[in-house]
Each structure stands twice: as C-alpha cells, then as structure tokens.
Design a protein around this ligand. Structure first.
Ligand SMILES: [Zn+2]
Length: 410
C-alpha cells in the first residue's frame, strides 16, 4: 500500500485549471496523485493530513532567466536612468569582485532562490562557476553557457573558442545549452555556431534581445554606447557593417528565432515584430523589475498578450533586482497592467517557465504525475484573492510544503 499524504489548504492554485476553494493535493512517493476539493480527496485516499490553514498552495515557481554568478552584486548597483549607465556601473563593480566574493554570492543566491519558493531556474553563466554549486543545491535547472564574441567572425565548431562544450557536463546533460549574449556582443558567425550546437542536440537557446534603445541605435548605425564599449574592451572590428535592422529583424535574418529560443526582455519591438516572434514560437522572458532598475523601460505586455506569445518570468541578476523574489515581479506587473488576470500572471511564473526550460512533464503545475514541489503562500488580508496572494508572496510569506525528495524517501 502506497503511503499518501493529503495536503489541505484554503485555496489550491493548480495553474492548469481554476483555483479550488478548500482544496487538496494527494502526494505519494514525491509525485502528485490527485488535485481537487479536499472533501473529495478524503474519500479517495487514506493517509496523514497536513492542513495548511489559510495558505494558498501552489507549484514551486520558475525563475527562467538569471545570472547566479552575479549574486555578489546584490545591493551594489543603484537604479539607473538608462541602460548604458546601468551596464557601465555593473561592469565596473563586477570587475572589482574577488573570486571569494563571487563564490559567497553564489551560495547566498542559491539560498535566496529556495527561500522564495523557486524550484527551477534558467541559469545563464559566462564562466561556468555556478555549475557545481547548482548541481549540489537540489534545485532543478537548465544551464545556459553564454558566449560573447563580437570579434569572433569565423565559422567553425563552438568548442574551438569555448572548450566547455567538449566536456561531459555539456555533452551529456540535456539541460545544458549554449546561449548567445546579445546582438551587440555576438557576431553573426557566433550566433550561427551557438544555434547549430543547440539544434543538433535539440536544446533551447537563450539570448538577451531588444533590451535597450542603445542596442537599436547600434544595429542601425554601428555607433553609440555599444560601439564605445566594444572599443574600450578591445572587441571592436573596423570591418563591421551595421545590418540596419531592428534587433528582432536582425536575429530573424540570421535564422536564429524559433520555438527553441528564449528571448529575455524584448522591450524595443513593434507590433509586427511581436507577431513575428509569436509565429516563430519564441518564448519571451519578462524581467519587469530588472527593466525598471536598468532604466530600459517596460515590456509591451498588451502586444505580447494579443499576439499569444509564450511568456515566462525571470528576475535577471541581482545587479538589477534587490532579490530573487518573483512575487515582487508579479506585483509590479499587476500594478503596471491591472487588466491581466491573476491566473495568467501565476502561469508565467510557473508553467510558462517550465515549458520553456523543458520541464513541463515534471513541474509548472499541480497535475497528477508531476513532482510534488509544493509551496504555500499566506495571502495578505483585505484585498481580493490575487492581490492578497501577490502581496503576501512579495512580503516573503512563502514556505515549502513538500519537495519531491523528502516525499520520495518517506
Ligand atoms: Zn540577463
């Protein structure tokens, strides 16, 4: 006889179906068995009951875009009026970090992700430093090793310039991908090499896309902040001819965009470009607090929703947010776009990210057969349910109620 634990809560938020009042989740051997009204579950299962009172019960959250290795920059970069100033300040601070500080930041970052109910992340790293700590952390992840190289103009195997792609960690783990940093820091040849490495293995690709006005200016004219930055970093090439295209049109012309593409930000886009992204099946990762902090602006969420674009949520790094609490991003989205239903917001922070990172069969919703990675949020009183939920989560009233490992051992 399988031992079943029944979780009961004032509200259960399954994500793939409407909220259940006085709901329950039956869990056995680390997997969800049934989700429904608690009264019904009690008829179907015998086992200990964990009553979580007034809490709302949700699947763990998914932070689909962050850079753990910059966690040591927490509280070091104040909000900036524009993206170039933010990037300048961040690069200067990052250059000053000692290896000891970086490592300490990683550990702190991992603890913080856990504390805020995040069970799956899309980690973007350009050093590989976060790989070992992540493996040991128990968090689920998809690892994007990020390539930069505006001056890498020649074709050839990716591993020639980035030897990590020859290691067993990269070759054997289906949750290891190549990422291209951004259109202003990656040559056309390098974009193609990154995409080819991933597509040969059917793995997703991450990119920062259309984040700032400076990026648009650079691709149209070859001038401005990013030209100066590339020159200062010794990466500029005199034979560069700007494509004269917008960021989205440029990546489309390179054949990069597809259903395997996770594009962070996408603020500088037209309606036609959003429709193009939707046609190609690109997932856009919203990072609302980061965009405010860097002075980049706001994503055109109305256009995204009208086009039916797949969306997920990320914090980006602690150089542009105070913490990894995704509920604070959701609360900001709710304040900026009050017309978006609460169910939809929560879905971006759960199922949307799980789909984009290839974990849809295991995580992202409270669905029988998926992992029992359950969190509870104590809603703040007074407001309507969704506002109370977001406010409670933003205040950090988040607890882990079950993890697959703990249940699997029982
Ligand atoms: Zn990023």
């Amino acid at each position: 006889m399988v031992s079943v634990t029944l979780h009961r809560a004032r509200r259960v938020v399954p994500v793939d179906r409407p909220v259940i009042d006085d709901g329950g989740v039956a869990v056995a051997r680390g997997l969800i068995r049934e989700v429904g009204r608690f009264a019904d579950l009690k008829q179907h299962w015998r086992g200990p009951v964990l009553d979580h009172g007034e809490m709302a019960l949700l699947p763990c959250l998914v932070n689909a875009h962050l850079h753990l290795e910059f966690s040591a920059l927490k509280n070091r970069i104040p909000p900036q009026p524009d993206f170039p100033r933010w990037l300048t300040a961040t690069l200067a601070e990052a250059d000053r970090l000692s290896p000891y500080e970086r490592e300490g930041g990683l550990e702190m970052g991992l603890r913080e992700l856990w504390r805020f109910g995040i069970g799956l992340i899309g980690e973007v790293s350009n050093t590989g430093l976060s790989l070992e700590p992540l493996r040991e952390s128990g968090l689920d992840y998809h690892y994007f090793y990020e390539c930069l190289g505006f001056d890498l103009q020649e074709d050839g195997p990716l591993a020639r310039d980035f030897p990590i792609f020859l290691t067993p960690a990269a070759l054997q783990d289906p949750h290891f991908s190549a990422a291209a940093h951004a259109p202003y820091s990656v040559s056309p040849a390098l974009f193609r090499r990154v995409a080819a490495w991933n597509r040969r293995r059917q793995r997703p690709m991450a990119v920062h896309l259309a984040e700032s006005e400076a990026e648009v200016e650079f691709l149209h004219t070859g001038r401005g902040f990013f030209r100066e930055l590339l020159e200062a970093r010794g990466r500029w090439r005199d034979d560069f001819r700007p494509p004269g295209l917008s960021p989205v049109a440029y990546l489309h012309s390179l054949g990069i965009l597809g259903a395997d593409t996770l594009a962070a930000h996408c603020l500088q886009v037209t309606e036609a470009e959003v429709e193009l992204l939707a046609r190609e099946g690109v997932t856009v990762i919203l990072c609302p607090r980061s965009n405010r902090h860097t002075g980049a602006g706001r994503a055109p969420l109305g256009l995204f929703r009208r086009a039916g674009l797949p969306l997920a949520l990320g914090t980006d790094s602690l150089a542009s947010v105070e913490d990894y609490n995704l509920f604070r991003d959701l609360l900001l989205l709710h304040q900026d776009f009050p017309e978006v239903p609460g169910e939809e917001l929560i879905a971006w922070a759960t199922l949307g990210g799980a789909r984009a990172l290839g974990f849809e069969a295991e995580l992202g919703s409270l669905t029988p057969g998926k992992q029992a990675a359950l969190i509870g949020v104590t809603p703040e009183a007074g407001a309507d349910f969704w506002e109370g939920l977001l406010a409670g989560g933003a205040a950090g009233l988040i607890e882990w109620l079950a993890t697959p490992d703990e249940e699997g051992e029982a």
